[in-house]
Design a protein around this ligand. Structure first.
Ligand code: ADP
Ligand code: ZN
Length: 617
C-alpha cells in the first residue's frame, strides 16, 4: 500500500505549474496522449459547471470523464459507486498515479472512516468514492454542504432505474441529492443504453439540461465467434489451447455444470476456479481477488460473476451454454478486452440448450412474462443462427446500425458456404416421419446412414424406406443438418419427451417439394490453423519482444504483490506491450509510453528501464 506520506501532496503540487491545461493533466497524471471520442467535450462541459449524461460501453473510458475535471475544479469530487470492489480498484489506480483519492464505505472500520473524514475536511482529497447508503446519511450530506465540491459523479447510473436490469433501492434515494447541491455539476455514467432506462435516469437524478454524450456501443476489439455445440468439453479445450497464459471467463448456466467444467479444466492442468451463488461469500471473494491478481487465470461461473469486476485484461469470454438474452450476452462478452486489446468471445450454440430454455419458459405461468422472455430468447437464437455479420446483428439489437460488415467475427472472417440442402433436408424430415416422430437425433441419423445396431434392429428400422438413404454424409454432418433444421423451425426437439424429434407445420412445404432450402455447409471441425501462434494482443510481437513482454509481466506481478494491488494498477498490458516493442532507453522515451505519467515514471521507471536495457534484443 502507498504510505500516508506519499499522499500528502496533490499531483498539482508535485508538478511545477499550478495552471495546467487538461491535455497536460491527461499526459502527466494519466500518462495518456489523446482523448477518446467525447472525453474532451465531457470534461469541458463539467469544467464549465454543466451537467452531463454519459452513455459509453464498458471499457469506453468513462472514469476519465470525471477524474480529470476533479483535478481541475476547486474542491472535492464525490463519486457514488454501487460496488465496493470497484471502488477499491479505482482508488488503487488513482493512488498509483499520484492522485489523492480515498473511499468511504461500510468496509472501513471506525478508525479508518474517521481518518478519511478528517482528510476530507482538511482539503487533502481530490476524489472520494462513496457508497450510496453512506452518501445519503443526513450527517454526511450536512458535512459536505460546508465544503466546496468540484462535482458529483454517479457511476453505474442505471441502478437508479426500475426499468433497468440492476435496480437498487438505495440508488433511487440519490434522487434527493440535487436539492442539497443545486449548483454542483452532476455527471451520470452508464453502459446501459436502452431508452426507457435513459429517461428514467435523467428524471430520477434531476439532471439540469444535461448534455447527453453517447458513443457507439461497438467493441471493435472483441472477436465474436459462434460454434455449433458438439462435444463442448473438447471444443473448450481446443479453444483454450490458443489462449495460454491469458485470463478469461467461462459462463455456464447451472452451478453443477460450473463445478464440472472447473474440475475438468483443473484436471487438465489449467488454472481455473468455480464461481456461483451456491458458494460461501468468503470463497467467492477469494476467487474474485485471485482472478483480479492473475493468480487464477480462468473463472468458470454462472452469470452471478462479473458485476463489479473491472479487470482490464480479460482476454476471452466463453459462453458454454446459451445466454437467456442479448442484453446479458452483450454485457458478459463486454467484460473481455476492456483495455482495448484484442479479445475473443466464443459462444457454443446447442439445439438442446434452446429446447431446454423454451421448456423452462413454458413452465412460467405469467403470460406477459412468457411473451417477453420468449421474444428475448428468439432474438438470442436468431443471433446465433445468423449467417450475416454477428456485430451487425448484435448492434442492430441494441438499436445501432453498422455501415459495413465488421471484418472481425466468424462470419466475416470465414463466410459460411451455403448450398442447396433441399434434398438432404427432405431425407431428414421424411426419416423423422418414418420413425414415428418418436426418436431423438442420434437414432434418426443412424437410420439415415444405415447403421446396423441393436436399436435399429429392435425397432425393425432397417426395413424403413429411409434406411441408409444418407450415406453421403458423415454422422457429424447429418447432426449439423438436423440442428440447422431445428434452428430454422422445421423440426422441434421435444424436451418433455426424451428430446424426440417432431415435424412442425413448416416441414410440410419442404416435404411436398413446394419450397427449397439453403443451409450452411456444416463446419464440424475447426479448420486447423496454418501456424500456431499466440493469438490476441501479442500476435504481432516478434519472439524477442515477446520474451521481454513476459519479463516485464513478471516484474509487474512482483511489484503488485509487494504493494498489495492488482498487477494492472502498476501498468496495464497496453503499456507493457508498447514497452516491449518500443524499448524506451531513457526517461523521456519512457514517458511516451501509453499509461506512463509523471508519478509512475518516478516510482517504476528505473526498474522497467533497467529490465528493458538488460534484455538483449
Ligand atoms: P469504463 O469505465 O468506461 O468501462 P474505464 O474508464 O475503466 O472504462 O477505461 C477503460 C480503459 O481505457 C482503461 O484501461 C483506461 O486506461 C483506458 N483509457 C481511457 N481513456 C483513454 C484514452 N484517452 N487513451 C487511452 N486509453 C484510455
Ligand atoms: Zn462481422
Amino acid at each position: 500500500m502507498m504510505s500516508a506520506a506519499q499522499l500528502q501532496l496533490s499531483v498539482f503540487e508535485i508538478f511545477d505549474h499550478p495552471m495546467k491545461s487538461i491535455h497536460d493533466t491527461l499526459q502527466q497524471v494519466f500518462g495518456l496522449h489523446e482523448f477518446r471520442p467525447f472525453q474532451q467535450e465531457i470534461v469541458e462541459q463539467v469544467l464549465d459547471g454543466g451537467d452531463a449524461f454519459v452513455l459509453m460501453p464498458t471499457g469506453g473510458g468513462k472514469s476519465l470523464c470525471y477524474q480529470l475535471p476533479a483535478l481541475h475544479r476547486d474542491g472535492l469530487a464525490i463519486v457514488v459507486s454501487p460496488l465496493i470492489s470497484l471502488m477499491k480498484d479505482q482508488v488503487d489506480a488513482l493512488l498509483a498515479n499520484g492522485v489523492r483519492a480515498a473511499m468511504y464505505n461500510s468496509n472501513l472500520d471506525a478508525e479508518e472512516a474517521r481518518s478519511v473524514l478528517g482528510r476530507l475536511h482538511n482539503g487533502e482529497l481530490d476524489l472520494l468514492y462513496v457508497a450510496p447508503e453512506r452518501m445519503m446519511r443526513p450527517g454526511f450530506i450536512n458535512s459536505l454542504e460546508t465544503l466546496p465540491l468540484a462535482l458529483i459523479a454517479i457511476d453505474e447510473a442505471h441502478c437508479v432505474s426500475q426499468w433497468g436490469h440492476d435496480f437498487r433501492p438505495e440508488y433511487a434515494a440519490l434522487g434527493e441529492l440535487r436539492q442539497y447541491f443545486p449548483r454542483v455539476p452532476f455527471i451520470a455514467l452508464t453502459a446501459t443504453a436502452d431508452p426507457q432506462t435513459r429517461d428514467d435516469i435523467v428524471n430520477v437524478l434531476g439532471l439540469h439540461d444535461a448534455r447527453l454524450f453517447t458513443t457507439s456501443f461497438d467493441r471493435p476489439n472483441i472477436r465474436y465467434t459462434v460454434r455449433e455445440k458438439h462435444r463442448p468439453q473438447s471444443q473448450l479445450l481446443r479453444f483454450l489451447r490458443g489462449q495460454e497464459g491469458h485470463s478469461g471467463i467461462v459462463y455456464a448456466l447451472s452451478r453443477k455444470r460450473v463445478e464440472e467444467i472447473a474440475g475438468h479444466l483443473n484436471d487438465r492442468g489449467y488454472s481455473a476456479a468455480a464461481y456461483h451463488a451456491g458458494l460461501s461469500a468468503q470463497t467467492r471473494r477469494d476467487v474474485q481477488e485471485r482472478f483480479i491478481r492473475d493468480d487464477v487465470l480462468i473463472v468458470v461461473a454462472t452469470v452471478a460473476f462479473g458485476m463489479g469486476i473491472d479487470k482490464p485484461n480479460v482476454r476471452f469470454v466463453v459462453h458454454y451454454d446459451l445466454p437467456r438474452h442479448m442484453e446479458g450476452y452483450y454485457q458478459e462478452t463486454g467484460r473481455a478486452g476492456r483495455d482495448g486489446l484484442a479479445a475473443e468471445a466464443l459462444l457454443l450454440f446447442g439445439t438442446q440448450d434452446v429446447a431446454m430454455a423454451r421448456y423452462h419458459l413454458d413452465q412460467n405461468g405469467n403470460d406477459n412474462q412468457r411473451r417477453i422472455d420468449s421474444h428475448k430468447l428468439n432474438s438470442m437464437v436468431g443471433f446465433a443462427e445468423s449467417l450475416t455479420c454477428r456485430r451487425r446483428v448484435l448492434l442492430g439489437y441494441l438499436g445501432e446500425q453498422l455501415e459495413a460488415d465488421c471484418g472481425n467475427c466468424d462470419i466475416c472472417l470465414d463466410p459460411p458456404e451455403r448450398y442447396d440442402a433441399t434434398e438432404a433436408a427432405r431425407k431428414v424430415l421424411s426419416c423423422v416421419y418414418r420413425v414415428g416422430q418418436s426418436f431423438g437425433v442420434k437414432h434418426v441419423v443412424d437410420v439415415l446412414r444405415g447403421s446396423d445396431n441393436e436399436r435399429t434392429r429392435k425397432f425393425n428400422h432397417e426395413r424403413l424406406t429411409t434406411y441408409g438413404i444418407g450415406r453421403e454424409f458423415s454422422a457429424a454432418e447429418w447432426m449439423s443438418i438436423v440442428r440447422q433444421l431445428i434452428h430454422r423451425g422445421y423440426l422441434i426437439q421435444d424436451i418433455a419427451a426424451f428430446s424426440v424429434l417432431k415435424l412442425t407445420p413448416r416441414a410440410l412445404g419442404l416435404l411436398r417439394a413446394e419450397e427449397t432450402l439453403e443451409l450452411a455447409r456444416p463446419r464440424v471441425q475447426d479448420k486447423p490453423k496454418k501456424k500456431r501462434r499466440k493469438p490476441g494482443p501479442v500476435e504481432d510481437l516478434n519472439e524477442d519482444d515477446l520474451r521481454l513482454f513476459e519479463t516485464l509481466r513478471e516484474i509487474r506481478k512482483q511489484l503488485a504483490a509487494e504493494q498489495g494491488v492488482p498487477p494492472y494498477v502498476i501498468f496495464g498490458d497496453v503499456a507493457l506491450l508498447e514497452m516491449s516493442r518500443e524499448r524506451p532507453s531513457n526517461e523521456d522515451e519512457f514517458l511516451e509510453i501509453n499509461g506512463v505519467g509523471q508519478v509512475k515514471l518516478e516510482r517504476h521507471g528505473a526498474v522497467f528501464l533497467e529490465a528493458i536495457a538488460n534484455d538483449e534484443a
